[in-house]
Design a protein around this ligand. Structure first.
Ligand SMILES: [Zn+2]
Length: 300
């Protein structure tokens, strides 16, 4: 039934997008973090004894996919991302500037979110903040505000069980995703450094085949290094001459130039937004300067 157990924590694997792995806390208060893994298993657990609380690490569809199956449970979410749970326009608003998305794309999203994700607006019952302790019975989780992937992204530290659920700081080989309007590379780096300093035996993450890794901070360092490797490739590209954002996007530094839709998302748009964030960061560091839409390497 479970893919990992420690104390009263149970790990339930999901599969491909739009699912993710879930953490089920089988304590006095039964709770599921990110109920988007295996609908059948989650409902079977709920049938035995109701799940009273559902928690979302952040407001992305592949984390709240099955929220609607638990209408009577309390919903706990990050204070900073509550709006996206209340209203679908606020939900979409977190991803891109309105001018970035044409009507056709927006219509495709509406269909996907109504039919596949079954988005239902919902008022959260508790707004979570950094440093809060969530008590489920014997099991206690400390809320860690770990922004970067999304502005209100949360991780959960279970000190007794020596486990850390990192959600979408997911430690996959691909590296971190920071392709939304509110994503931040610098925050991603700071959050990863913060969680790397926590001494645990096991990391649980929301994606990847296993989703369970031993608590070796080297896993986090490797993931962090992907950010710097992308940056190195961008600098090498600019070393061959100034480029505009279209040309940089077409180079496919992150996605290898694949123009594929992944669920509702067009990866070219993610590539563009993420490259834009790298350029912004490099401009801040004084390594790159922009003139008339062209990005130049600053000779040192
Ligand atoms: Zn996410």
């Amino acid at each position: 039934m479970y893919d990992f157990e420690r104390g009263k924590i149970r790990f339930i694997r999901g599969g491909k997008y739009p699912t993710c792995h879930s953490v089920f806390i089988d304590d006095e208060v039964r709770a599921v973090i990110d109920p988007a893994s295996d609908e059948g298993k989650l409902l079977a657990i709920h049938c035995q004894r109701p799940i009273q609380v559902i928690i979302n690490s952040h407001c992305h569809e592949d984390h709240f996919l099955f929220n609607s199956r638990f209408p009577d449970a309390d919903l706990w979410v990050s204070r900073l991302e509550a709006a996206g749970f209340r209203d679908i326009d606020d939900f979409f608003d977190q991803f891109y500037e309105s001018g970035d998305v044409d009507e056709e794309t927006r219509a495709a999203w509406d269909t996907f979110f109504t039919e596949v994700v079954q988005y239902q607006p919902r008022e959260p019952d508790r707004l979570l903040e950094d440093g809060e302790d969530l008590v489920f019975g014997e099991t206690r989780a400390r809320v860690l505000h770990t922004p970067g992937h999304s502005p209100g992204h949360l991780a959960f530290h279970f000190p007794e069980e020596r486990a850390l659920y990192l959600a979408d700081l997911d430690l996959v080989k691909f590296g971190p995703y920071y392709g939304d309007k509110g994503s931040s590379i610098d925050d991603t780096i700071a959050s990863l450094r913060r969680v790397a300093a926590i001494d645990v035996d096991v990391y649980l993450v929301a994606h990847g085949k296993e989703g369970v890794l031993d608590g070796d901070p080297a896993h986090i360092q490797r993931y962090l290094d992907v950010i710097y490797a992308r940056e190195e490739r961008l600098l090498a590209l600019l070393a061959s001459g100034p480029k505009n954002l279209d040309e940089i996007t077409a180079a496919g530094i992150i996605y290898g130039g694949r123009s594929l839709a992944d669920g509702a998302w067009e990866l070219t748009l993610s590539e563009r937004v993420m490259m834009g964030k790298h350029l912004q960061r490099l401009e801040g560091l004084g390594t790159v300067r922009q003139e008339d839409g062209l990005y130049h390497l600053v000779e040192s």
